[in-house]
Design a binder for this molecule. Structure first.
Ligand code: MG
Length: 384
């Protein structure tokens, strides 16, 4: 039996995780739930799974929940509440699904506390990089990637001698603007950018999929997770989103991982690893005719992907700077304060102008994150 703390329970990964729990009640139990502002859904989740520990973003919402619930869990709020859930003594497995760098400290604490961390918060690895490995090593924690491409790589790379590997490739759907001409992309609206062709996800990651920044963050994530050089990680555009990753060996052969594009599958893989229990998705219908296509990404129309490779090569705090600038730019775009093409301009400007330092501690990385945020916010204000 695994005992779960789910951080970000009302988001798309959190709700998919609860669906996996519901399918395997004999193997998975919910001990703690943490959510942001969606208190109505959190209340329903609490009544259904009766976690002993619950956290929300504000004291007001915690008080509201205390009055609404039919039982009496421990109630927490704010960043301390996230930590209380992540380190709850009854939880051995933490699903880290908070969006953005807000999820960093709880991921680090869970790894340092010896938990299995099923990581959907890719920012922890993009921003925190080596620090997360250190925390896992120091505390005996275990890091398993929920991101579909990285869960695929985890399966493909298991027990492989690193010396035999030439490269890994993660696939990208290409997003809603894959075949749009540059001028049309530059003028894209919020509604157009939110209209993702193959995955249903939260707004931040959906915009990141339209700019290909999501794939750029995943390139950095793959490099950190599997100890690969920037030259060993590549991206292939595959609009059908059925192949999630591939590993190329020095002998010229490739191994591919394929499955339906349903996040419940990588989530279940991480929760129950190394077991593979009967699945949350049906077998692939191989007898029906289908066409899978593969193409190279266009860095001129999707410059954010090139920026991510540049940040990975620069190392140190460069990925943290890029990630922070991008969070500010995407929020400003969603609020209608800047245009779609301004996202890459904001990111490129921050990466070019902010000093890059080696990464020493979590506090220092969070400082770089804050500095990049305020720089990017200043840049956004010059545009509005
Ligand atoms: Mg992904």
């Amino acid at each position: 039996m695994r005992h779960l703390a789910i951080l970000g329970s009302t988001g798309s990964i959190g709700t998919a995780t609860l669906a996996v729990v519901a399918a395997h009640p004999e193997r998975l139990r919910v001990v703690a739930l943490a959510a942001g502002r969606n208190r109505d859904l959190l209340k329903a989740q609490c009544e259904a799974y009766r976690p002993r520990c619950v956290s929300v973003s504000s004291q007001v919402d915690a008080d509201w929940l205390r009055g609404e619930l039919s039982y009496r869990p421990e109630l927490h709020w704010g960043p301390e509440g996230l930590l209380a859930c992540a380190l709850h003594p009854d939880a051995d497995t933490v699903v880290a699904a908070i969006v953005g760098s807000a999820g960093l400290a709880s991921t680090e604490a869970a790894l340092r506390g010896g938990r299995r961390v099923c990581l959907a918060n890719k920012e922890s690895l993009v921003v925190g990089g080596a620090l997360m490995h250190e925390a896992a090593l120091a505390g005996g924690g275990e890091l398993l990637p929920v991101d579909s491409e990285h869960a695929a790589l985890h399966q493909l790379l298991a027990d492989r001698d690193p010396a035999t590997i030439r490269e890994v490739r993660i696939t990208a759907s290409g997003g809603p603007f894959r075949d749009w001409p540059l001028a049309r992309i530059q003028a894209a609206t919020v509604a157009e950018a939110l209209n993702h062709p193959t995955w249903k996800m939260g707004p931040k990651i959906t915009i990141d999929s339209a700019t290909l920044m999501n794939k750029g963050l995943e390139v950095i994530e793959a490099s950190v997770l599997f100890g690969l050089t920037p030259d060993q990680v590549a991206v292939t555009v595959h609009p059908q989103s059925q192949v999630h990753a591939m590993v190329g060996f020095h002998d010229g052969s490739y191994h591919l991982q394929a499955c339906a594009n349903d996040m419940k599958l990588p989530i279940q893989y991480c929760l129950l690893y190394p077991e593979k229990l009967p699945g949350p998705v049906p077998a692939y219908p191989w007898d029906q005719p289908a066409t899978w296509t593969f193409e190279a990404p266009d860095l001129l129309r999707f410059p954010c992907l090139g920026l991510a490779f540049a940040a990975l090569r620069a190392g140190g705090t460069a990925p943290a700077i890029l990630n922070a600038a991008n969070e500010v730019a995407v929020a400003a775009f969603l609020e209608g304060r800047i245009g779609f093409w301004d996202i890459q301009a904001c990111n490129s400007e921050a990466l070019a102008h902010l000093p890059v330092a080696p990464v020493g501690s979590l506090l220092q990385v969070l400082d770089a994150d804050r500095a990049a945020r305020s720089h990017a916010e200043g840049w956004v204000q010059t545009r509005t």
